[in-house]
Design a protein around this ligand. Structure first.
Ligand SMILES: [Cu+2]
Length: 300
């Protein structure tokens, strides 16, 4: 299994690096973004920004406080094809950024009780802002750029400074998410999809399992079958020949605990994708891919 080196939250750059394949960024360069239309329920806008601070130093800027409720998270990152993310991690006590970073860096080990993976914005490059709509419950959060530059033994952007704290005030919310035609439902351990259409689309991502999940979607290269993709990700050692999936156009959602959902703006292209979760159970163990969490999605 070629997954044991992936960081707890997984990045396609890391995946590509492990597999010895260039890429891991990706996306088109046409800049427009999808408008927020929440059918009568207007989410609160929350702007998130990753910036370079010079010589390997990074920052993630966000409001200090936000009221609980439905929020639209918009992540902007520096121009170019390099990807970042903004993973929300809710903490139950006075944990420090250092303790949160230790959770991010741990591979295949348990997620502590005090931390929950609370969505955020998945992998985003400089061609267009990344955008999601989700509920934010009251509490103390860290927002973390779990992505990392390409290369071996690199630090995540979070470890290089792209981490910030957020206080969510007010009362618990049950605000409804906007409806979407396309949905991806994760369970322990698999995915079901429906209504996925090509283009700039809003897709509902729901974790109907008990364990945390995310989705990394790898578009097929021409001639690939699901069996090829499965065999590729299950194989040991260095790959031989061209990979069956396109790492440069892969993308990843934020990680969500079981029972949660969000709506993500995605740019999908017609064709087939392999959907994979590389997270582990909260108690640790192998990545979910090893438990069979790989499925084929068809985008029409
Ligand atoms: Cu999973």
């Amino acid at each position: 299994m070629r997954t044991k080196l992936f960081a707890a939250l997984g990045t396609t750059a890391a995946a590509a690096a492990v597999l010895g394949i260039p890429g891991g960024g990706g996306g088109d360069d046409d800049g427009a973004s999808v408008a927020s239309a929440a059918s009568g329920r207007t989410p609160t806008n929350v702007a998130l920004k990753v910036t370079k601070q010079g010589s390997g130093k990074w920052a993630l800027r966000a409001p200090k406080t936000v009221r609980a409720g439905l929020v639209q998270l918009t992540l902007t990152v520096p121009a170019g094809r390099v990807t970042h993310d903004a993973q929300f991690i809710r903490v139950e006590g006075n944990q420090t950024a250092k303790e949160v970073l230790a959770v991010i860096a741990s591979h295949e080990s348990a997620i502590p009780e005090w931390a929950s993976l609370a969505g955020g914005v998945g992998q985003t490059d400089g061609s267009a802002p990344g955008r999601t709509v989700q509920r934010l419950q009251p509490g103390r959060y860290f927002i973390v750029d779990t992505d990392e530059p390409e290369g071996d033994d690199v630090k995540s952007y979070a470890e290089s400074g792209a981490i910030t704290e957020l206080e969510v005030t007010g009362r618990p919310t049950r605000a409804k998410l906007p409806r979407t035609r396309g949905t991806v439902i994760a369970r322990d351990y698999g995915f079901t999809t429906r209504g996925l259409r090509a283009g700039r689309v809003r897709v509902g991502f729901r974790n109907a399992g008990r364990q945390p999940h995310h989705v990394i979607a790898f578009p097929y290269n021409p001639g690939t079958t699901f069996a090829d993709a499965k065999a590729f990700f299950a194989a040991e050692g260095e790959p031989t020949g061209p990979p069956p999936v396109d790492f440069a156009r892969a993308f990843r959602t934020a990680a969500l605990e079981g029972g949660n959902a969000q709506v993500a703006d995605l740019r999908l292209k017609r064709g087939k994708y392999a959907l994979i979760c590389f997270l582990t159970d909260r108690a640790g163990g192998p990545p979910h891919l090893a438990k069979g969490m790989i499925a084929e999605a068809v985008v029409q």
